[in-house]
Each structure stands twice: as C-alpha cells, then as structure tokens.
Design a protein around this ligand. Structure first.
Ligand code: 5GP
Length: 131
C-alpha cells in the first residue's frame, strides 16, 4: 500500500482539505507555499497518465474545486497546478498558490510551518471548499 493510501485510510495523519467518493485532498507536508495541496485518486495508480479517462477528468474537476477554495483562502495571483510524481508512487496533482512563475520551482526551499499553522490553513481551505 502506498503512503498516500495510508493517508486516505487515516492510518497516517494529514491535514485534510476535502474528499469525495473518488478523490482526496490534503496539505503537502513540505510546502512550497502556504496552502500547497495534493490531490490524489483513491485508487492506487502510480502514473497520472495511466488513469482511465473518467478518473483523470474527475480528478481535474475535483482539483478545480480545491483550487478555487485555496484561492479564496490564501493571498495569491493564481493557484498553479503541476504534476511531478518522482517521489511517491501514487498519482498526485500539486496545487500551489503563486504570485510569480518562480513560486512553482520545486528547487525552492520548502516552508517550515508549525502544526498549528498547518491545521489552521487546512481548516480555512476546508471551510471555503464546503461553502
Ligand atoms: P513528487 O512525487 O510529486 O515528486 O513529490 C511528492 C510530494 O509529496 C512532495 O511534495 C512531498 O512533500 C509530499 N509528501 C511526501 N510524503 C508525504 C506525507 O507523508 N504526507 C504529506 N502530506 N505529503 C507528503
């Protein structure tokens, strides 16, 4: 089982944003920006582009809802979307609040946020998602 499947099952804690029958969103533990979120399918598939069309399309629509909630919560110009997937073998979309192109650079230093701040960010995005 992948580490992300364990997160979905609640066996590993996360700062959850939202879920539906097929997808799950939670804060990246090493964020490039406040509100950096991962969206994953509940089925285990390593490579995003191996997902069937319906699942991939649904994942993009779910990501849109999450991105709009991030945009309402975090001050930014846009919410950027990227796919890397070299570290965790469970397909995931990164949603990152950005103000400039370089904010999407994974070579940038990651933020060190304390648990309380991560929980507060997640709570706010969760709220924006639900209304
Ligand atoms: P990628 O596979 O796209 O190269 O990177 C995986 C991403 O997942 C990284 O940004 C990393 O910080 C995040 N990540 C890895 N393990 C965990 C985890 O256990 N919890 C959370 N919330 N994020 C994780």
């Amino acid at each position: 089982m992948t580490i992300f499947s364990k997160i979905i099952k609640g066996e590993i804690p996360c700062y959850k944003i939202a879920e539906d029958d097929n997808f799950f969103a939670f804060l990246d533990i090493n964020p490039l920006a406040k509100g950096h979120t991962l969206v994953i399918p509940k089925i285990e598939e390593d490579y995003l582009f191996n997902l069937d069309d319906e699942t991939l399309a649904g994942m993009i629509v779910f990501s849109k809802k999450v991105a709009l909630a991030i945009g309402k919560t975090i001050t930014c110009n846009r919410v950027g979307l990227t796919v890397i997937g070299l570290e965790v073998p469970h397909a995931h979309i990164h949603l990152i609040p950005i103000t400039r192109e370089s904010d999407m650079n994974f070579g940038n230093a990651k933020l060190k946020l304390d648990k309380e701040e991560m929980a507060e960010i997640a709570r706010k995005i969760q709220l924006a998602f639900s209304i």
